[in-house]
Write a protein that binds this ligand. Structure first.
Ligand code: CP
Ligand code: NVA
Length: 327
């Protein structure tokens, strides 16, 4: 049981493993666009998708992805299964994993997900927890590579139409939440520059920052944390943000909206970057964390990014199949 490879956070993966997933995602996307729709990797297998929070992109992309890999998916919201009525995690995990081949779960505390994985006899994927959103980062990185921004330049150049690849300088503006933590993990594993600006009192978690800084010592990543969006945006080639009110924080809306003033990604902020692309995991709240103008600008890659969830997730599922069953 303990030796199962899961996909819970990028902190648990090596640089090589992360790049393998990216590579698989891009390869599968390119083959798919050439009309090779069904891949054998997940043939006749079943993905269970457990959602304790809402979702548009994660739900659709995992469900369609499982079909495109030759398998199928079942959607289980906590309103439908006994987990929502108090059946405990370890029982739910042992039961569901005895019937399916892979499980994706979107939940609240990250520890819930870790407990689920501990009792599962099949690989578990984090479809978002309060602390991390790693599947999103795989799609974000694929989008960067396609725009000619990435580490390992020579390797990726063919995927970016042989554009000369720029080293990532990523700026994250906004809440120190699961997306900010996931960017910390990606930058520190792959070794690129990440400048985060949050309002005072909404910084990233110290323990997660420490993990990233430890990992950055090895990878050469340059990480800075401040409360100044203008400094963070300077010379960035990727500028990204996320909602100020994550799922579960709805009651804090008024307080957050007032404390996040000055952290909206607008055209003035985008202009501080170096011809930066704009990314957002979506859903976006225009007029709050990002202006309508930036969302609709040519620098915005948000819909390619959203579509890349589909291909990234096929990459993640294929990676887990390779890792767990090739032995
Ligand atoms: N970005 C993202 O995870 O979107 P959903 O909440 O719609 O799945
Ligand atoms: N930080 C957001 C991401 C949504 C995809 C949330 O957790 O609600």
């Amino acid at each position: 049981m303990c030796s199962i490879k899961h996909f819970l956070s990028l902190k648990d993966l090596s640089k090589e493993e992360i790049l393998r997933i990216v590579h698989l995602g891009i390869e599968i996307k390119n083959r798919f666009l050439q009309g090779q729709r069904i891949q054998p990797y997940f043939k006749d297998k079943t993905l269970a998708m457990i959602f304790e929070k809402s979702s548009t992109r994660t739900r659709v992309s995992f469900e369609v992805g499982a079909y495109q890999l030759g398998g199928n998916a079942i959607f289980l919201s906590n309103k439908d299964i006994q987990l929502g009525r108090g059946e405990i995690i370890k029982d739910t995990s042992r039961v569901i994993s005895s019937m399916v081949d892979m499980i994706m779960i979107r939940t609240f505390e990250h520890q819930r997900l870790e407990e689920f994985a501990r009792y599962s006899s099949v690989p578990v994927i984090n479809g978002l927890s309060d602390d991390f959103h790693p599947t999103q980062l795989m799609a974000d990185y694929i989008t960067m590579v396609e725009c000619g921004i990435g580490v390992e330049s020579d390797f990726y150049a063919p995927y970016a139409n042989n554009k000369s690849m720029q080293k990532p300088i990523v700026c994250y503006i906004g809440d120190g939440n699961n997306m900010a933590h996931s960017w910390l993990m990606l930058a520190s594993k792959l070794g690129f520059e990440l400048n985060i600006a949050t309002p005072k009192g909404f910084e990233v978690q110290e323990s997660i920052l420490k993990l990233a800084l430890d990992s950055a010592k090895e990878s050469g990543a340059k990480i800075s944390i401040s409360n100044d969006p203008k400094v963070a945006a300077l010379k960035a080639n990727v500028i990204t943000t996320d909602t100020w009110i994550s799922m579960g924080q709805e009651s804090q809306k008024e307080e957050r909206v007032s404390k996040f003033k000055g952290f909206c990604v607008d055209s003035d902020l985008m202009n501080l970057g170096d011809n930066a692309i704009f990314l957002h995991c979506l859903p976006a709240y225009r007029g709050y964390e990002v202006s309508d103008e930036v969302m609709e600008s040519s620098q915005s890659k948000i819909f390619i990014e959203a579509e890349n969830r589909l291909h990234a997730h096929k990459g993640i599922m294929t990676f887990l199949e390779e890792e767990n069953w090739k032995k």
